[in-house]
Design a binder for this molecule. Sequence first.
Ligand SMILES: O=C(O)C1=C[C@@H](OP(=O)(O)O)[C@@H](O)[C@H](O)C1
Ligand SMILES: C=C(OP(=O)(O)O)C(=O)O
Length: 410
Amino acid sequence: MILKKSKLIPNQTITITGSKSISNRLLILEKLYENIRISNLSNAEDTVLLQKALEKNEEIVDVHHAGTAMRFLSSYFAIMEGKTTILTGSDRMKKRPIKDLVNALRDLGADIEYLEKEGFPPLKIVGKKITKSEVKISANISSQFITSLLLIGAKLENGLKLELEGKITSLPYLEMTTKILKDVGIDYHWIENIISIDKKTENSQERLIFYKVESDWSSASYFYSLCAVGRQTISLENFKNYSIQGDSRLKEIFLNNFGINTISDSGSNEISLSFSNSLFSYPEIIKLDLNDCPDIAQTLCVTAAILKIPFYFTGLETLKIKETDRLLALKIELKKIGCIVEITENSIRSVAFCQPENNISIATYNDHRMAMSFAPYCLVNELPIENSIVVEKSYPDFWKDLQAITENLN
Ligand SMILES: O=C(O)C1=C[C@@H](OP(=O)(O)O)[C@@H](O)[C@H](O)C1
Ligand SMILES: C=C(OP(=O)(O)O)C(=O)O
């Protein structure tokens, strides 16, 4: 897809659907407990796939590229007594780790087998009653492993006592999980590196819980970037001033580094992003530890590259096991647009800004966030984005929404 040279139409409003992370947690909980009613669910492919897997009760479940679906369903199917499931995914999914989660589930007594390579999907899961409750899991690979166990914790015969080993990565996603558990009436105790959940005894009189999912902050990041580059006000619906999504840190990051103000209207739950401070001067360098919000790393790199602000982002050790090796993909694509970076196992640093290459197109590596983060650059420079359909994974309406707030300059 070639993005036509365009500029932002002032004062447009966008409605992004519910957070994919919140939606996918709630879908598992809704299936485990009868009293939960969800609204503003995400329309991301990752959510649709999870929803289908839970509804259809099929023997072979293919979650394509959806990391959360893969990880959350592993625990879910492990406790579905009498049911055997083959849980598989895309070629990339077969390279994304799951070993620490499978080990923890096996330690609890689950029956899980690897069908191809040891430590990776696909899995054969034979659902069983799980009576053990204490288990250790390393916390530095993916927080999704821990969330997966926490979501089933209150359904286990004797509850769950989880000991987290090593530095916790993507911490706000765990806090999101525990907050959602609390909201749906599941008690937990989190003391230092131990999280415990008691078995939840249900009664037929359980009150209904209506949960409206806040819209997706990771998706909002692309509008922050557009606003920083195009300097027009954009409003986004259904975002709270206080959010349980860690990526809401965007507000502070874009204010301090790109001069973007976020004004929240708590009555309508709308936020307005604008570049309003003409006295704002860009920092000499943007230095941030992004371990709490890995999904916005690409947005921040590309925004800084477009504005030619030097950057140094750390805490990114998980980026190589996401939809693609994101640090490597960034290094290659940023060079095309004239930003030379150095990457390590866990960081990315700009080292020079030079002339963009000629006749380029942006490759997306089956990674939705590569496509969406480079969109602001491609709009200004009329460039092709390869395999633009990848956005479906988290934000199927992205191109439509982008078109609605921009006008063609040709
Ligand atoms: O729990 C979640 O919903 C997520 C956790 C994060 O993954 P890791 O914990 O693997 O970093 C994040 O990158 C992913 O997009 C969604
Ligand atoms: C990493 C992501 O998703 P997942 O791990 O759930 O595939 C993402 O959406 O950026």
